[in-house]
Design a protein around this ligand. Structure first.
Ligand code: EPU
Length: 426
């Protein structure tokens, strides 16, 4: 289904108009799928999009003895049947770092785990020390051998502080929270990530019978229970997909309503788009944005939630490339997350990287070029830029984009964008 050699070919200049429905959040669905390993009986997740990353996690769950079905209504059912497999192999984990989130559930439910270390990625070093710190605090005996983390239970509740030099960790909090849900006694995670996706996971666990308080705050308190039962769950709307559509609407001077988007999760993004000159309205059905004739310059610093999300740094940078003045983007989460910069410059943008910032001198217009996606959001930023560029833009390696966006070219085309997927020769 996902052909690795596909490209997006975009004829820029068409303003986007109309409504688009936002998908269920990938970054919510992935840890919740990992959490099904904790559950006795069947879990049914609704609305989960057919993304490459979701498929990777489903493949891992099957390798871990789960029965996994995609149902006709688009929902996914997962039931952990054979509890003996405890290994998450390199083959799968290297495809997607979120796979590492099976470590906590496996050691909590099955008493042991062997999970490949994820290694580096295009966003930088991305260590997993905080995941290990939290699980160690819960009593897991861990050691690293041959590129794998081996973990042994039993676990017990404990208090811990879970932030590092770059603040809290989203998947680290998820990993430890899942383990603590079944660890006997009381656990406290201080400096827990407050991202809506972590809160969604916590609420899912509560629906399965977990006892968690402080959800959405930096202090999670967990009373371990002996078992969790299956439930039905629809993860929250994808604020990164919604933000990408808003950026696309803004850069084309369009008028788009992103149906189902939760403005409550997108305060920093909405504020930034308003500073860029967009009219952004919360509406009962979602978020409506009307783009300016030409964007105004903006200053953006990424922070953990509720700060501006690092995942939208690249797509909003595309908007700033055509602003009337100089914008500055500073990364406080992933200091090396600027792979999109040289590609945007190939399209005529004037962006210079300086330490952990990019300085964007707005140009009047971009020109279409051949560019290459390097990661999910960097790829999305090239698509956004291509929508506004004069002439034809070809984005290569769109398999990165397919990891996190379900048929994005079809959704954009339905809004009037001239974009199509083309299988690359070779
Ligand atoms: N960090 C550590 N030690 C750790 C874990 C993280 O130092 O053990 C550092 C990281 O290097 C980074 C910061 O802490 O500087 C925050 O990283 P975090 O752990 O929060 O990132 P993550 O959980 O691995 C998730 C999302 C990313 C998103 C980040 C930040 C998923 C599946 N992934 O990653 O999403 O950029 O949070 O918000 O939820 C994407 O969807 O394209 C994507 C990359």
């Amino acid at each position: 289904m996902f052909r690795t050699m596909d490209t997006f070919v975009i004829e820029g200049g068409a303003p986007l108009r109309g409504s688009v429905r936002v998908a269920v959040s990938k970054n919510s669905a992935l840890p919740i799928l990992a959490a099904t390993l904790l559950v006795e009986g069947e879990t049914r997740l609704e609305g989960v999009p057919a993304l490459r990353d979701v498929d990777t996690l489903l493949r891992l769950l099957r390798a871990l003895g789960c029965a996994v079905e995609r149902n006709a209504d688009g929902s996914i059912t997962v039931a952990a049947q054979d509890l003996t497999p405890c290994e998450a192999p390199y083959d799968i984990v290297k495809e997607m770092r979120a796979s590492f989130c099976v470590l906590g559930p496996l050691v909590a439910r099955r008493g042991r785990a062997r999970v490949s270390l994820p290694g580096g990625c295009n966003l930088g070093v991305r260590p997993i020390d905080l995941h290990l710190k939290g699980l160690r605090a819960l009593g897991a005996r861990l050691h690293v051998d041959g590129g794998y983390v081996e973990a042994q239970g039993p676990l017990r509740g404990e208090e811990m502080f879970l932030a590092g030099a770059f603040g809290s960790t989203v998947l680290g909090t998820a990993n430890v929270l899942m383990a603590a849900a079944l660890a006997p006694g009381r656990s406290v995670i201080e400096a827990a990530a407050c991202e809506p996706e972590v809160a969604d996971l916590a609420r899912f666990l509560v629906a399965c019978g977990a006892r968690i308080s402080g959800i959405g705050s930096p202090r999670l308190e967990i009373e371990g229970v002996t078992s969790l039962r299956g439930t039905r769950w629809r993860p929250i709307p994808d604020r990164m997909e919604a933000g990408t559509f808003l950026a696309a609407a803004a850069i084309t001077g369009g008028d788009v309503t992103v149906e189902g988007a939760s403005a409550d999760h997108m305060g920093a993004v909405i504020e930034t788009l308003r500073e860029a000159g967009c009219a952004v309205e919360r509406r009962p059905e979602g978020i409506r944005l009307r783009g300016p004739d030409r964007p105004k310059p903006i200053e953006v610093t990424t922070y953990p939630y509720p700060g501006f999300p690092t995942d939208l740094q690249a797509p909003i940078t595309s908007l700033a490339t055509v602003a009337d003045g100089m914008s500055v983007f500073t990364e406080k989460i992933y200091p090396e997350r600027f792979m999109h910069v040289p590609e945007l410059n190939r399209m005529g943008a004037n962006v210079r990287k300086h330490e952990t910032s990019s300085i964007v001198h707005g140009v009047k217009s971009l020109s279409g070029a051949e560019v290459m996606a390097s990661d999910i959001r960097g790829g999305a930023s090239l698509l956004v830029a291509g929508l506004a560029a004069r002439g034809t833009t070809t984005v290569h390696r769109v398999y990165h984009v397919d990891r996190g966006y379900d048929a994005i070219e079809e959704k954009l085309a339905a809004l009037g964008a001239r974009v199509r997927r083309v299988a690359e020769a070779g």
